[in-house]
Design a binder for this molecule. Structure first.
Ligand code: USQ
Length: 442
């Protein structure tokens, strides 16, 4: 299949290009290297050194014996999107080319407007190019579980049956996002749903949980060729919880659950994210269909994950403490969370069960780059508050608590039981474009 990846230079885009190529697909991609700029703006860099795009493409050809057509173009420019579509004639499009950070979108009006216009415009441009050039192509759009927020009821896959004043209907499940970024994803989802309806396009909107991991097998066994590695961020805006915890562990920095550390989210390893996106691509919806996949298998508490990272780090001789930070976000810290995720399972998705082994691989990978994390460790402590205030948060005196060491919230009834037991315990606690093509590492 000819697959165009929007955002091919990113955390998911670069491994996905390798994963799909290894399965015989033909890949092309575009990226304007915004992610590299944003992370630099947050005073940080990728923990694992990442090559410039020319080096990446060279390594790709050496490993897979194939070329990737690449455009260093901004997808907010419709005529460029149209050009790419005419040139490559994609059968499928994976849209990863958005700003993925909640904190970044909350900095100030300029950042909010940028994140929303960037994310919404690129999606609209892809939809128009599909309508006019490849109407039968399949759009796999990366949405987020954060579109739903944390409602006090089960979360279905996009739609639910409601009865209101004696009449029944199947309606989109209400969205309750928790940041301007997450709302940008909601707006994108609505626009795609509408385009599928009026233009008979087809799309899978993937509501992804929080991804963690340093590698996939397709990069090679030992990460010997650094040009094939993906980025791994640890700053307050682009580093996600588990990736940050692992980076903190390798430099002996306390692991940092926010607030009481009782938030619950769906998490999945990078390799599972690749598997899910590929299953969606290889099993497209019907013409005119807009479908939603909730992309997660296991649901974990933040403190449970911190405890697990602590445990695996200790096995590797990396003692580290867990110290909660004031929560800079406006979010529910204790909440119900039960998510349907049948669609991917019915397509054969098999989740990585051994999270400990995944964390071990991550920590071993990151130990090599300890000095890079150390050099930017200031970026670990957040200062972006949801009320617009900008001040570093402080550590607070809450001991890490979990319903049971190393035990996960599973899904379904297992999770209900864990939550109700827990509830009874109370609440005691800018580079140039040329550089980005050429630079060997940043
Ligand atoms: N958290 C901590 N300590 C940290 C970092 C995060 O306790 O050091 C907590 C946050 O308060 C939050 C949870 O961990 O409750 C998840 O935060 P995150 O930064 O790992 O992830 P989030 O901001 O939710 O966003 C990430 C990706 C985003 C994707 C989303 C999926 O950046 O692109 O959409 O995960 S989800 O969270 O399911 O909406």
């Amino acid at each position: 299949m000819r697959i165009f990846i929007a955002g091919i230079d990113g955390y998911l885009g670069w491994p996905l290009a390798q994963y799909l190529t290894a399965r015989g697909h033909e890949v092309a991609g575009a990226d304007t290297f915004f992610r590299r700029d944003w992370v630099e703006e947050m005073g940080s860099w990728s923990a694992m050194p990442i090559s410039g795009m020319r080096q990446r493409l060279l390594a790709f050809r050496e490993r897979f014996g194939k070329e990737i057509q690449f455009w260093d173009w901004d997808l907010r420019d419709y005529y460029r999107v149209e050009y790419i579509f005419r040139e490559f004639q994609p059968e499928a499009v994976v849209h990863l080319g958005e700003c993925p950070s909640a904190p970044y979108s909350m900095i100030d009006v300029q950042h909010t407007v940028f994140v929303q216009t960037n994310n919404i415009t690129s999606t609209l441009n892809l939809l128009y190019a599909m309508r006019d050039i490849r109407p039968e192509a399949h759009l796999v759009k990366l949405g987020t579980m954060g579109e739903y927020g944390t409602p006090q009821v089960d979360i279905p896959e996009g739609f639910f049956e409601v009865e209101f004043r004696g009449r029944r209907a199947r309606l989109p499940f209400p969205r309750a996002a928790g940041s301007w970024y997450h709302w940008s994803k909601v707006h994108g989802s609505n626009n795609i749903m509408f385009a599928c309806k009026i233009w008979k396009l087809r799309s899978t909107d993937v509501m992804q949980g929080v991804v963690f991991g340093t590698r996939i097998d397709e990069m090679g066994d030992n990460g010997d060729d650094e040009r094939l590695l993906t980025r791994l961020d640890f700053d307050q805006a682009f580093g996600t919880a588990v990736n940050r915890f692992c980076c903190q562990a390798v430099i002996g920095h306390p692991l940092t659950p926010f607030g009481m550390g009782r938030q619950i989210r769906g998490f999945l390893p990078l390799r599972d994210s690749m598997q899910c996106l590929t299953l969606a691509l290889e099993n497209p919806p019907k013409i005119g269909e807009y479908r939603v996949f909730n992309q997660l298998q296991e649901i974990y508490g933040i403190t449970d994950l911190a405890l697990k990272v602590q445990e695996v780090a200790a096995e590797l001789g990396l003692p580290v403490e867990i110290r909660n930070l004031e929560n800079p976000r406006h979010e529910l810290e204790e909440h119900y969370y039960k998510v349907d995720h049948e669609h991917l399972l019915s397509l054969g998705y098999r989740a990585t069960q051994d999270v400990g082994a995944e964390l071990r691989t991550m920590l071993i990978d990151l130990m090599k780059y300890r000095s890079r994390v150390e050099a930017k460790k200031e970026a670990l402590i957040p200062d972006v508050h949801w009320n617009g205030h900008r001040e570093k948060v402080r550590f607070v005196g809450i001991a890490a608590q979990s319903p049971g060491r190393g035990r996960w919230y599973g899904s379904g009834s297992q999770q209900h039981a864990a939550l109700s037991r827990e509830g009874k315990r109370g609440k005691n606690q800018l580079l140039t474009r040329e550089n980005k093509l050429d630079e060997s590492t940043i």
